[in-house]
Ligand binder design. Structure first.
Ligand code: HEC
Ligand SMILES: [Cu+2]
Length: 348
């Protein structure tokens, strides 16, 4: 059969393959806040650059293999009824050398940049003005401590742009994994071991993070945000976080403060000067620091927007919003609940 006829017979299969490929290619979602290819830090750029290099080599290999395959199927194959005997060709030294040396070289081209990137992304020394942040993973929320600044917060990790940040990863219970696609890297958070991610965030903005190692019932609800501030903005945020908690001005919030002090809330939640404990001595058994809770945009592992309605729903029944949540249902309702919410939201 002639080549043209053979191709013609396979037109439907080729058309389906082309359509499927095109449809997959068009699937790039326009709203993808956790796109690993949108790189906003030095670390993310290095990793993506390595990924692109490997992809280019892979594409070259794929094209060669596909072309050889199509030629073998459609051109250099014989069909029933074709005249002639099968080829008696046995071996070809040049060809065999080529397909041994070629792949070996490609492996070298992939290995060398990979090892270089690994070395670059795992420093063991940090410049003097590095900002150290201690990230503590809890089932199922993230705590952020700034030991040098004496700030403790949760859900939202503020970082200054264009400064080296050493993120030290601690687990308070089981294995988790810290992952902010736009800032690059993904690193396990392991009990009894401190892992590091070193990163220079480059573009101010808000980025989404997620626990990336299955850690139980609400693993998917263990999210967080990273807010990269301008250096000025970071200074302002630091000053606001260091301020003592706001004195309640309205009657409702003042009543809420009393309820907070007398309810079991104070056992698990620190509000500086109101309730508290030293984090070193109470691992595990505690909830997020609420000293400036009202300044956060999200709560409960960033699964909820911080609105009075959501905070009330959360306090009424944490487990309903977040299966397995380690905060008990305390049966507050009516005016007590409203006052407590007013107090928490006033803690800007
Ligand atoms: C047994 C300890 C415990 C008690 C008691 C407790 N909480 Fe919690 N709370 C937690 C834990 C743990 C979380 C984090 C849950 C999560 O996100 O998975 C939390 C989360 C929260 C949050 C969300 C904070 C954030 O930034 O994400 C608020 C608000 C809150 N609690 C308020 C209260 C109030 C008000 C009370 C008292 C009525 C209270 N809690 C009692 C343990 C407790
Ligand atoms: Cu997890």
């Amino acid at each position: 059969m002639r080549l043209a006829d053979r191709l013609k017979r396979n037109v439907p299969a080729l058309a389906i393959a082309t359509f499927a490929g095109g449809a997959l290619g068009a699937c790039q979602p326009y709203n993808a806040p956790m796109n690993t290819l949108s790189t906003q830090s030095d670390l993310a750029k290095w990793i993506t650059s390595l990924y692109m290099q490997v992809t280019i080599w892979d594409t070259i290999i794929m094209v060669i293999v596909l072309v050889a395959m199509v030629l073998a199927i459609f051109v250099f194959s014989s069909r029933e009824g074709d005249p002639g005997e099968p080829s008696e060709h046995e071996s070809d030294l040049m060809l065999e050398l080529a397909w041994t040396v070629g792949p070996a070289l490609i492996l070298v081209f992939i290995t060398v940049p990979t090892i270089r990137t690994i070395m670059k992304t795992q420093p063991t020394k940090w410049p003097a003005d590095t900002l150290t942040v201690e990230v503590r993973a809890h089932q199922w929320w993230w705590e952020f401590d700034y030991p040098g600044l004496k700030i403790q917060t949760a859900d939202e990790l503020h970082l200054p742009a264009n400064r080296v940040v050493d993120i030290k990863l601690y687990s308070e219970d089981i294995i988790h994994s810290f992952w902010v696609p736009a800032l690059g890297g993904k690193r396990d958070v392991i009990p009894g071991q401190i892992n590091h991610i070193t990163v220079v965030p480059q573009v101010p903005g808000e980025y989404y993070g997620q626990c990336a190692e299955f850690c139980g019932l609400s693993h998917a609800n263990m999210r967080f945000r990273v807010v990269v501030d301008t250096p000025e903005g970071f200074k302002q945020w630091t000053a606001a976080q260091l301020a003592p908690p706001v004195e309640p001005k309205q009657a409702a919030a003042a009543d809420g403060e009393k309820i907070f002090k007398n309810a079991p809330c104070a056992i698990c939640h620190q509000i500086r000067g109101i309730s508290g404990f030293s984090p070193q001595y109470s691992y595990g058994f505690r909830g997020p620091d609420l000293t400036h809770f009202g300044s956060r945009g999200t709560l409960a592992g960033s699964i909820l927007e911080n609105t009075p309605e959501n905070v009330a729903l959360w306090i009424q029944n944490p487990d309903k919003l977040k299966p397995g949540a380690q905060m008990p249902t305390l049966g507050l309702r009516g005016k007590d609940l409203q006052d407590l919410v007013a107090y928490l939201e006033s803690l800007k």
